[in-house]
Write a protein that binds this ligand. Sequence first.
Ligand SMILES: [Zn+2]
Length: 118
Amino acid sequence: MHPQLEILLELQDLKAQKREMEEAAEETSREIESEVFRVEPEDAVAQLEEKIAEMEDALEPEVRKRYRRVAERRPRVVVPVLSGMCYGCFMEMPTAMARNNDAIRWCEHCGSFVYFVD
Ligand SMILES: [Zn+2]
């Protein structure tokens, strides 16, 4: 897999994790939180944010530009392609496109980065 694609997938994971933690922190009472989390939820979220910023810096400028643009309007920046279909917008991917993850590719319809799983 292309190293930049790996960073994008990891970034997406970290952001999902951060969202979940923020939601959990809101729903759970302080009392229970302190038993569940080894660190304060706010600290954990801050740590995630730091890691996210660090990984965004590791993206190539062109990739980062697209990543930011997609992240603004879509919940997922990287989506799988299954049976030639983009799972960001459910449109067919061009058949001429190489079906591997050796390069950074994106969907022409929704702009999401894609990775092939079939
Ligand atoms: Zn798409």
